[in-house]
Design a protein around this ligand. Structure first.
Ligand code: ADP
Ligand code: MG
Length: 350
């Protein structure tokens, strides 16, 4: 009863701090923010000009002194100050409509797996500075597993692959903990770059990053077939310097991204090779779960499955699994203590 009362009156906020997108969940309301993790900064004054969707619109379109920064680009916090401003901004926005402005929020934040202590502390401090009363940090693959309602607390092996923008996290989870994980700087952004490089080499045309991403989402695939599918793209001709249009086919895109998808598969195999046999046996039986925007890539699940000889499933709503997980953690903090990253400030001095 007391707990219910407490949940009702306090404003609890769950945040998926992704390299590409930040999502915010508020208890009792659901997911209220889903925006790009981008901050536009005026380099002359050091001031933040825009955050989120508004800032993303500026990417590639800013005057020289304004730069659009992605503070978490490779899954590590590349710019602490900017990251802090972004976290604070989203927390404040999440609280905007609260009636009980007196209570400070309890916050659960999902961060890329393998963050350093310094980074975890920076995230914690940022949330505290933004007014959080309590801050709990969880690694994103764990939050995703909880969001998918996998039995993370039981002694069975679960395997989650979270393919985001900057990083792909491969994690084996059992008994409330991450048994093994690998964070690869090989995800959606890399695929976009692959497409840019391919168009440059094969068609002598320079594509913008957004164009490359649009092509990937429209016709990107990992397995053969659908080669009559094509997409017209515009870029700058590298020889004349003038705008030009070329037609890219599904086969072009497949070739462009082949090397990256192969490395991704190899990394998954490496993690499986290091996984204790009992857990591998569980995973063979239960399958591998894909989350993150990259899991939408056509044919990826099938391809991975045929390579590792284990069933691979794409989660329902793969883009929101992490933030839904932070919401479940918020509402069950007592039972789910183990899944959180320990706050080093709470540990006794060594
Ligand atoms: P993060 O957790 O790192 O913020 P997300 O899980 O939000 O990343 O995923 C973002 C990535 O997913 C981007 O690189 C985006 O291009 C990619 N993505 C989104 N939708 C699709 C799609 N339909 N096909 C392929 N890639 C996609
Ligand atoms: Mg993510």
């Amino acid at each position: 009863m007391l707990k219910k009362f407490n949940n009702f009156f306090s404003n609890n906020i769950g945040i998926d701090l992704g390299t590409a997108n930040t999502l915010v969940y508020v208890s009792g309301e659901g997911i209220i923010i889903n925006e790009p993790s981008v901050v536009a900064v005026n380099q002359k004054t050091g001031q933040v000009v825009a955050i989120g969707t508004e800032a993303k619109k500026m990417v590639g379109r800013t005057p020289a002194h304004i730069s659009a920064v992605r503070p978490l680009v490779d899954g590590v916090i590349s710019d602490f100050e900017v990251a802090e401003e972004m976290i604070a901004y989203f927390i404040k926005r999440a609280q905007k409509n609260r009636k009980n402005i007196l209570s400070r929020p309890r916050v659960v934040i999902g961060v890329p797996s393998g963050v350093t202590n310094v980074e975890a502390r920076a995230v914690r401090d940022a949330a505290r500075n933004a007014g959080a009363r309590e801050v709990h940090i969880v690694e994103e693959p764990m939050a995703a597993a909880i969001g998918m309602r996998l039995p993370v607390g039981e002694p069975v092996g679960n395997m989650v692959i979270d393919i985001g923008g900057g990083t792909s996290d491969v994690a084996i989870i059992s008994l409330g903990g991450i048994v093994l994980s690998k964070s690869l700087k090989m995800a959606g952004d890399r695929l976009n770059q692959d497409i840019i490089h391919y168009a440059r080499d094969e068609f002598k045309i320079l594509l913008g990053e957004q164009t490359a991403e649009d092509v990937k989402i429209a016709i990107g695939s990992v397995i053969e077939g659908g080669d009559d599918v094509e997409s017209a793209v515009r870029g700058r001709d590298l020889i004349t310097g003038l705008p030009r249009e070329v037609i890219l086919t599904a086969s072009d895109v497949r070739q462009a991204i082949a090397k990256t998808t192969r490395s991704l598969v190899d990394s998954v195999k490496e993690v499986l090779e290091e996984t204790p046999p009992e857990l591998v046996s569980d995973i063979m039986h239960r399958g591998i779960m894909l989350v993150g925007g990259g899991s939408y890539l056509k044919g990826l699940a099938e391809h991975l499955s045929s390579e590792v000889k284990i069933p691979v499933y794409v989660a329902d709503e793969p883009l929101t699994a992490v933030v839904r997980g932070t919401g479940i953690i918020l509402d069950n903090l007592d039972e789910l203590q183990d899944v959180l990253i320990q706050n080093e400030d709470d540990l006794p001095p060594q």
